[in-house]
Design a protein. Structure first.
Length: 489
């Protein structure tokens, strides 16, 4: 198949979270299955052209934006260690330092609706320039939510796109791209489409809803999350629209890129190791303890790499922080986010200087080192569409402690309930006491039964979380999309 994969962020060029990782690993996996897949992403100002060997394809291209034409430039490169072609769109809306946020003010860009509308239009213009006829256009999250809409309303009559089908993936329904109608006034979209039957949502425009209505196939990132987003609790107002598309809805857990997240070959950790030689993991632990000025001891390390936000269950950790530290553990956090939560965690570092390290930053090397050094990884998320860190952790022999939600449910089986097959510690409800009980059980295993703990470590390291299986499932989803017959709305 000819596949166009469109994303607002792609590692190593741009990243704020898991979307960037997936947008690199997924196309590589599809390429390995023999498909002709290309990626489109914005060219942000901070992307280093020379470092990534990004070359200009053509200047002074024009995309239809409202009554006028938006001038843009098209650039190209390839994903590292692959043959996947990456195309970059540069225009006045996109070429800024921040991806979503003005880095000087910390505020969302006021014209984000037009930023990503112009990006979506420019993709179609670029495909016409390249004479690339897609079988599948795969759009991701709210930023590209108007792509299925544009395909079905503006481009469906064009020969290049006459057979093109769309697939849309919801990575996090909590972020839908909801804007006042005037924010898209310059797009000049006919008013009929602003009704609740199409793009309208409580007298505003909703990018994600547009995709839910217009895409041929709707997907999300775990089977559990596919069920959850059809409920009022997790649907964030879109549940009734998603429920109408349930026959076209698929939930597939991501894989992980084992060329990047693999302790056997990881160049960012101090000592490589694998399931047969775990001694290197102990060296990674003592190294990181020393690096972060912690007591170099055999206390279990509880690691967490996260966006510091209430969604991630951090309030539960904070409520039980002192009780957790009483279990004779060390705690390492890496992430940025809510300033108030950041400050509360930093206060704990002052209270437990020998056993607690709070790192308010983004540091990819440190992220790898935390995965390698930790004994347990905390993911007490209120909701978690897929989650990657629980899979990264298991690849490094680090046992996840998670809540039973979304992709965490699909990937982690409770060791307490099933000691023969369990691969982590799972608690049910988003309550601090339940979370603490799971931590207590995990730490108890470490302190009191090392042979069983090591056996569990080896079990999780033997689980195959590569993209191989996921890519084959996605191929079947694409095949279903090709069978769809669109009824004009």
């Amino acid at each position: 198949m000819n596949i166009v994969f469109i994303s607002a962020e792609v590692v190593p060029f741009s990243k704020t979270g898991g979307l960037g990782d997936v947008s690199a690993a997924f196309p590589k996996a599809m390429k390995e299955l023999g498909h002709n897949i290309v990626i489109f992403t914005p060219l942000y100002k901070k992307i280093n052209l020379e470092a990534h060997n990004i070359k200009l394809v053509k200047k002074d291209l024009v995309a239809p934006v409202g009554d006028g034409l938006e001038v843009f430039e098209l650039y190209e490169s390839t994903l590292p260690d692959s043959l996947v072609q990456v195309y970059f769109i540069k225009n006045k809306y996109l070429f800024r330092e921040g991806i979503y946020v003005d880095e000087e003010t910390g505020e969302d860009y006021a014209d984000s609706a037009m930023r990503f509308f112009s990006f979506s239009q420019s993709v179609f213009t670029s495909l016409e320039l390249l004479d690339f006829a897609p079988d599948i256009i795969h759009a991701n999250d709210w930023h590209t939510g108007l792509v299925p809409f544009l395909l079905k309303t503006q481009y469906v009559e064009k020969p290049l796109f006459s057979k093109t089908k769309s697939v849309y993936t919801i990575h996090n329904i909590g972020y839908q791209g909801i804007y006042p109608l005037e924010k898209l006034a310059d797009a000049n979209i006919p008013e009929i489409y602003y009704t609740d039957d199409f793009l309208g949502f409580n007298d505003q425009i909703n990018f994600m809803k547009a995709a839910v209505v217009y895409t041929d196939i709707l997907t999300t990132v775990s089977s559990k999350y596919a069920e959850e987003i059809q409920t009022k609790k997790y649907g964030f107002g879109l549940e009734k629209f998603i429920e109408t598309r349930k026959d076209d809805l698929y939930g597939i857990v991501h894989g992980i890129d084992l060329t990047i997240w693999n302790p056997k070959v990881d160049p960012l950790i101090v000592k490589n190791y694998d399931v047969h030689k775990l001694k290197g993991k102990a060296e990674c632990k003592s190294y990181l303890q020393d690096k972060l000025n912690l007591d170099v001891s055999d206390k279990p390390i509880l690691g967490i790499i996260t966006r510091i936000a209430s969604q991630k269950g951090l309030n539960m950790i904070m409520k039980k922080f002192d009780a957790i530290m009483d279990l004779k553990v060390q705690f390492i956090l890496l992430g940025t986010g809510d300033p108030k939560l950041e400050k509360r965690f930093k206060s704990k570092e002052k209270k437990y200087p020998e056993d607690c390290s709070i790192n308010i930053e983004f540091d990819n090397r440190l992220a790898h080192q935390i995965e390698a050094a930790s004994d347990f990884f905390l993911m007490p998320s209120i909701y978690e569409p897929c989650g990657l860190n629980q899979m990264y952790s298991m690849a490094y022999g680090t046992i996840p402690i998670v809540r039973n939600t979304g992709g965490l449910s699909d990937t982690v089986t409770d060791y307490v309930d099933d000691q023969a097959n369990g691969n982590g510690f799972v608690f049910e409800n988003a309550k601090a006491d339940e979370f603490f009980e799971a931590v207590e059980l995990a730490v108890s295993l470490y302190h009191n039964d090392q042979p069983s703990f090591i056996k569990l470590q080896k079990r999780v390291m033997n689980i195959d979380f590569s993209w191989n299986n996921a890519a084959k499932k996605w191929q079947k989803v694409y095949e279903q999309a090709l069978k769809k017959r669109w009824k004009k709305k």
